[in-house]
Write a protein that binds this ligand. Structure first.
Ligand SMILES: Cc1cc2nc3c(=O)[nH]c(=O)nc-3n(C[C@H](O)[C@H](O)[C@H](O)COP(=O)(O)OP(=O)(O)OC[C@H]3O[C@@H](n4cnc5c(N)ncnc54)[C@H](O)[C@@H]3O)c2cc1C
Length: 146
């Protein structure tokens, strides 16, 4: 779940070969993340036991809220989040930057939240919508959503 202690920023130490700072990802899980993970594990355990599984191998989740591979996902999002107003988001619903109208940012970066499900189809849908926005922008210019 989103929380203010999980964010991306520019790394103060590490740089790329041009000397530009690398992206740093900070994850700090909250008690509710741990609780729901334990709940999911325990519920799955009950289900497979009821189904008659011979071997039930259960992950133990400790109380450490720092990044832990047991919570790990390959689905990272955010950085240029989508929203309905420029004060609280980077792009509009056409993936057009609020403050740079000729720039459309397509990809998982516009997701404000990782709901844990496979995102690629939604990313594709946003790409189609961004294309509609680009066509409108090329015809009329300006911000597509005001
Ligand atoms: C191991 C793994 C398994 C996954 N399995 C699934 C799955 O089964 N189903 C699902 O829906 N999702 C899955 N995902 C998640 C999904 O792959 C990503 O969420 C999705 O690819 C993100 O798309 P994107 O366009 O935002 O970013 P990306 O696909 O990462 O595209 C970003 C592109 O930008 C390029 N790039 C980076 N920097 C620069 C630069 N400076 N200049 C030019 N280009 C640059 C990169 O090379 C890359 O091609 C998986 C991810 C991983 C890692």
């Amino acid at each position: 779940m989103p929380n203010k202690n999980s964010y991306m920023d520019l790394d103060p130490t590490y740089t790329d070969y041009l000397g530009n700072p690398l992206l740093r990802v900070t994850c700090e899980y909250q008690d509710y993340d741990i609780s729901r993970t334990r709940h999911g594990i325990n519920t799955s355990k009950k289900i497979v036991e009821k189904m008659g599984a011979d071997i039930v191998d259960v992950d133990e989740i400790d109380d450490d809220t720092q990044f832990d591979h047991k919570f790990y996902t390959d689905h990272f999002f955010g950085g240029a989040i989508m929203g309905d107003k420029p004060e609280t988001s980077a792009v509009n619903t056409y993936s057009q930057m609020w403050d740079m109208e000729n720039l459309f940012v397509v990809g998982g970066s516009s997701f404000p939240h990782n709901s844990n499900y496979n995102p690629t189809v939604t990313i594709g849908a946003f790409a189609y919508r961004a294309t509609e926005g680009m066509i409108q922008y090329l015809k009329n210019g300006g911000g597509i959503v005001s």
